[in-house]
Write a protein that binds this ligand. Structure first.
Ligand code: MN
Length: 238
């Protein structure tokens, strides 16, 4: 996969890395290469989880994973398809009277779909191993892995309302940054490439952790697949 494909698949869609994690051996674009775009279909689909629903227990329970993936994530895919179709219809009709609404829907459901696709792929029952390159970038930009973990947990825990904690590569300065996202799409640095994301919407943890978001974010570190995060870093740098 070259850098352009990586950006297309992982930044715009997230599904490329996801497909790799599933072992399908090829990246999928956000409009699947083998399916011609038709407005009626929207073009986005939900991949199955790359592991069993109970694979992350005891840290993230089976029921949460099933609800989260099958109901919540599917909702974003459906919403994104609907918004994509509506924008295509607006272009065809040259009627932009509702464009503000559809642009919001496009950003919200699009970011929701892409971040969830990354989220499933950067977790797993086996922790994998951080690459030497990612490790040294973490040390360079945060002092140490321990510093990074404390910073990431504090930042994700402090997201106001629903949102995400994100470790990203920011290519303008060439460094790693920890960011928050409110909902899915607000407070983004548009050039950053997400490497590690944690879903801190209540639907991601409420069954097991109730209001103890910090416990959930700390437990999340037990299910991170660092090999996948390292792969994302390598691709982002290439
Ligand atoms: Mn979620």
């Amino acid at each position: 996969m070259n850098k352009r494909d990586f950006l297309k698949n992982s930044v715009l869609a997230g599904t490329g890395i996801f497909a790799t994690a599933m072992g399908t051996g090829h990246a999928r674009s956000f409009l699947a290469d083998d399916v011609p775009y038709t407005p009626a279909l929207g073009g986005y689909h939900l991949d199955p989880l790359p592991y069993a629903y109970n694979a992350l227990e005891p840290y993230i329970d089976e029921k949460t994973m099933k609800l989260h993936h099958d109901i919540h994530h599917q909702g974003y895919v459906t919403g994104l398809n609907k918004a994509t179709d509506a924008v295509a219809a607006a272009i065809a009709a040259n009627d932009y009277s509702l464009i503000k609404h559809w642009e919001r829907e496009l950003a919200f459901h699009g970011a929701g779909h892409f971040l969830h696709a990354i989220f499933w792929s950067i977790m797993g029952p086996s922790a994998g191993k951080r690459s030497a390159e990612l490790d040294s970038a973490i040390s360079r930009d945060f002092g140490s892995f321990d510093n990074f973990k404390k910073y990431f947990v504090a930042s994700a825990t402090a997201v106001e309302g629903s949102g995400w904690g994100i470790l990203a590569y920011e290519p303008t300065a060439g460094k790693l940054v920890v960011l928050q996202a409110e909902k899915h799409s607000s407070l983004s640095q548009w050039t950053s490439i997400p490497l590690l994301v944690v879903d801190v919407w209540e639907h991601a943890y409420y069954l097991n952790y109730q209001n103890k978001r910090k416990d959930y974010v700390e437990a999340f570190f037990n299910v991170i697949n660092w090999e996948e995060v390292s792969k994302r870093y390598e691709l982002a740098m290439s």
